[in-house]
Design a protein around this ligand. Structure first.
Ligand code: SF4
Length: 373
């Protein structure tokens, strides 16, 4: 019987030349993520989905591990076309192994036998046609780590752009300069999970902090719209000192980067820490604002985090976007992206007007009739 690894081995293409380098010892270095694995003949990288065979680096291609229609607020992007439908696809595998992963069925499919998610064959043309037909505004590579499948992402994004869609990565941010240059012509929005501000914690998850910080800096320089999320986990990353350093770092890149602090709920293998409470989120948000961040949001606990689901003008405090969970209740940004009360420019990627919201809850394509809210 074929294993999942066998099935995926049949669904590959050659790596992009920009993302490989022949190095000593007959090995190939992969630049798709911050591990920069030196891979010998017959071996796989840390992600287990890119492997060298016959002197060539083979990379995932031609399938999806899942497709879902999400409100863009779920990704979360709060400063990019609020209310838009984000057609979201994932593949399989990850370059980290976070024990609390909330997408473990796709991200850990090759490491954990209980995480089974069979691939479904797909083409970029069919995925984009489906997204357009459903009224999506943005096409998103998400659920597993998109950097490790960057070539497939670009193949889809090329077609998505031609169809007038925006494109996005929801990523752990463990990037490299070559992969960011490779993506730059094709990507509009990028969400980075900044999981901690302690290299020791990142090493527990199978990574290092420095490539993530470098990716955050570089995305701003490259003018990709960036939002940052931190899943707050009691006892892991919620000390005042760590949150002060984390938010000071973001503010030093730009106080205009939206920071979302979201609630952990017991999942996958991490069942020890208690669920994050609204009070914990609000205390973390206070630290972010004290660091100078202008747009701080609290997520995953709708209706219980005060004003922290809404966007307010940093100059006059006027309410600009009112949300409940993923639902946009009110939208007041002007057509040129400013506060209607004091004309302060609000950073983001705004449409000329709010175009309504097709859904405020995720759904799988083909399972729901859509209507505009
Ligand atoms: S994507 Fe990352 S983990 Fe996978 S082979 Fe390339 S460098 Fe290694």
């Amino acid at each position: 019987m074929s294993t999942l690894a066998d099935i995926l081995e049949a669904r590959t293409a050659d790596a992009a030349p920009e993302l490989v380098e022949q190095i000593s010892g007959n090995r190939i270095r992969c630049y798709a993520c911050g591990h920069q694995c030196p891979i010998p003949e017959g071996a796989t990288g840390v992600c287990k989905v890119r492997f060298v065979r016959d002197g060539t680096l083979h990379v995932p291609w031609g399938y999806v591990g899942g497709v879902q229609c999400d409100p863009i607020e779920k990704k979360p992007f709060f400063h990019a076309h609020p209310g838009a439908l984000a057609y979201s696809f994932g593949m399989l595998g990850c370059d980290l192994h976070c024990s609390y992963c909330q997408n473990w069925v796709t991200s850990q499919a090759l490491r954990d036998p209980s995480a089974v998610s069979p691939p479904v064959d797909a083409t970029p043309r069919a995925l984009v046609a489906d997204a357009v037909q459903l009224g999506a505004r943005v096409l998103v590579s998400t659920y597993n780590e998109p950097l490790i499948t960057a070539e497939w992402g670009v193949a889809i994004f090329t077609q998505a752009r031609a169809a007038g869609l925006m494109t996005a990565f929801v990523s752990n941010g463990n990037g490299t300069e070559p992969v960011l240059q490779f993506l730059r012509p094709w990507i509009d929005l990028y969400k980075v999970d900044l999981k901690s501000f302690d290299d020791k914690h990142y090493r527990q998850l199978g990574g290092r902090i420095e490539p993530i910080l470098a990716t955050i800096r570089r995305l701003r320089e490259l003018d990709v719209w960036l939002e940052i999320v931190t899943l707050l986990i009691h006892g892991f990353n919620d000390s005042v000192e760590e949150l002060e350093r984390l938010t000071a770092f973001i503010a030093s890149i730009s106080p205009d980067i939206p920071w979302h602090v979201t609630a952990f709920h017991k999942d996958y293998r991490m069942s020890d820490p208690d669920n994050t409470t609204p009070e914990m989120l609000m205390e973390a948000a206070d630290i972010g604002r004290a660091a100078g961040l202008r747009y701080v949001y609290a997520g995953n606990i709708p209706g219980r985090v005060g004003d922290l689901e809404n966007t307010r003008c940093p100059n006059c405090s006027g309410l600009l976007i009112e949300r409940y969970g993923y639902l946009v209740r009110q939208y007041r940004i002007t057509p040129d992206g400013a506060c209607p009360d004091c004309a302060t420019r609000i950073p983001g990627r705004w449409g000329r007007r709010f175009e309504g919201q097709l859904t405020s809850t995720p759904f799988v394509p083909g399972t729901r009739r859509l209507r505009m809210y």
